[in-house]
Design a protein around this ligand. Structure first.
Ligand SMILES: [Zn+2]
Length: 199
């Protein structure tokens, strides 16, 4: 199977699983992914992990568990938990009783990138994103346009996710906004949210 066929297959799997779990993009967050974990019998553990590891997946004799880096912010945490679902659905058999350390792109490049593709499609399918961007009517010319997209975004996704998606869909070029600190820019435009203000 070619790399692109592998990715397309995973996107299809993501859409099937979304349908099976009745995922509604706007209402999908950490509480909802925890329900899926429960239904799938995946135990969520809170072991300390090395800083470079975002999460890990392991399964032994049918006991499946995921450990998650507790320091991750909300959106990357959600993304990592859905990334682990791909290992659960697709890599479990080949894995045997091993462990996948996620974030190690050199060791398992294809299955890791495949998990990123799966998670992106699961959380916010490309076609739905594309239709929403069109409905918003924003042509991305400057960094503040991406801030507008984020603020109008119904899915719980990060700036990193939005940039990658816009790149893939040809709205921006690779590296076009490298070095932009979007969170800071958003705070410059809209002010610091009250929960992040220093007291
Ligand atoms: Zn992984």
């Amino acid at each position: 199977m070619t790399r692109s066929a592998y990715y397309e297959d995973l996107k299809e799997l993501a859409r099937q699983k979304r349908a099976a779990f009745c995922v509604n993009t706007a209402a999908f967050g950490l509480a909802e992914v925890r329900v899926i974990y429960k239904q799938e019998g995946i135990c969520l553990d809170h072991w300390p992990l090395p800083r470079k590891v975002k999460a890990l997946y392991m399964c032994e004799d049918g006991d499946c568990s995921v450990a998650l880096q507790p320091t991750l912010p909300y959106e990357p945490k959600l993304f990592a938990l859905v990334h682990e679902l791909k290992h659960h659905f697709r890599d479990r058999v080949a894995l045997g009783s091993g462990v996948i350390h996620c974030g190690d792109y050199d060791a398992n490049e294809l299955i890791e990138k495949g998990a990123e593709v799966f998670a992106a499609e699961f959380i916010y399918p490309e076609a739905e994103f594309s239709a929403d961007i069109q409905a918003l009517g924003i042509n991305v010319r400057q960094a503040s346009d991406i801030v507008e997209i984020k603020r109008n975004c119904k899915a719980k996704i990060s700036y990193h996710f939005i940039r990658k998606r816009l790149e893939r869909l040809g709205h921006i070029t690779a590296g076009q906004f490298d070095g932009v600190q979007f969170q800071k820019l958003e705070e410059q435009i809209y002010g610091v949210p009250f929960y992040r203000r220093r007291r």
